[in-house]
Design a binder for this molecule. Structure first.
Ligand SMILES: [Zn+2]
Length: 141
């Protein structure tokens, strides 16, 4: 195993859980942001495509020590997600899956904008807790 994978795995084991597969290296966390402090607690967060209200800033949630997470999907596309407790403007669509889940113990379904059906991220559900991981560059405050 190359050294960088080992290093990332050691760092990630504290915060993230992911599988390292010889065919697909994925789920590599590369940075963690801090919860935003600007805006008021009730400020709305909108879909960038159709301006539908999706959630509010006071729904921001710290998951694994951070609101913001950066992940690669299996095809190498980078996503920067923000975690929200509730997202009334989103619909969870599809059959819950554990495949390539970025959060240990959580199943995911796609999160679509209920206004325009844009893919805004994923809904993560462990059975006892759940949250929305939304792609930050598809949202605007
Ligand atoms: Zn939309």
């Amino acid at each position: 195993m190359p050294l960088w994978i080992t290093t990332v795995a050691i760092q990630a084991s504290k915060v993230y859980s992911f599988k390292v597969d010889r065919k697909n290296s994925f789920g590599r966390p590369c940075s963690q942001g801090k919860r935003r402090s600007r805006g008021t607690l009730s400020s709305a967060v909108y879909c960038k495509a159709c301006a539908q209200a999706i959630t509010t800033i006071d729904q921001q949630l710290t998951v694994n020590t951070s609101f913001r997470h950066t992940f690669f999907n299996p095809t190498g596309i980078v996503f920067q997600l923000g975690c929200y407790k509730k997202a009334h403007g989103c619909e969870a669509v599809g059959v819950p899956s554990s495949e390539f889940s970025w959060f240990n113990g959580y199943l995911w379904t796609f999160a679509l904008c209920s206004g325009c059906q844009s893919h805004l991220g994923w809904f993560f559900d462990s059975g006892s807790s759940s949250f929305w991981g939304l792609i930050l560059n598809k949202l605007k405050e």
